[in-house]
Design a protein around this ligand. Structure first.
Ligand SMILES: O=C(CO)[C@@H](O)[C@@H](O)COP(=O)(O)O
Length: 81
């Protein structure tokens, strides 16, 4: 889990945390992200999920605000046009 309140531009690999299934920090010096409970809930409900990427990209946020799904377009398809 990423540390709370630390800008990505300043974050180093050693700043990352390792937590148990119930959120106890077992490696790392920082406070875990405020998103920890949400991530733990997702991992518990969907054991097939092995990683979570939380982003605030402009395009993804726009689709979400409009209530629209993001179409699964990959670069290999665009190469054909
Ligand atoms: O996206 C959100 C809130 O909208 C969070 O990820 C954001 O506040 C980051 O919190 P942390 O610095 O990771 O504790």
């Amino acid at each position: 889990m990423k540390p709370s309140g630390m800008p990505y531009s300043e974050m180093k690999p050693e700043d990352m945390l390792v937590l148990t299934d119930d959120g106890k920090v077992i490696e790392g010096e920082h406070t875990p992200s405020v998103d920890t409970a949400a991530h733990l809930y997702i991992y518990k409900q969907r054991p097939e999920i092995r990683g979570i990427v939380h982003t605030h990209s402009n395009y993804a946020t726009s689709f979400a605000a409009l209530g629209q799904e993001i179409p699964p377009i990959v670069t290999s398809v665009s190469d054909m046009f």
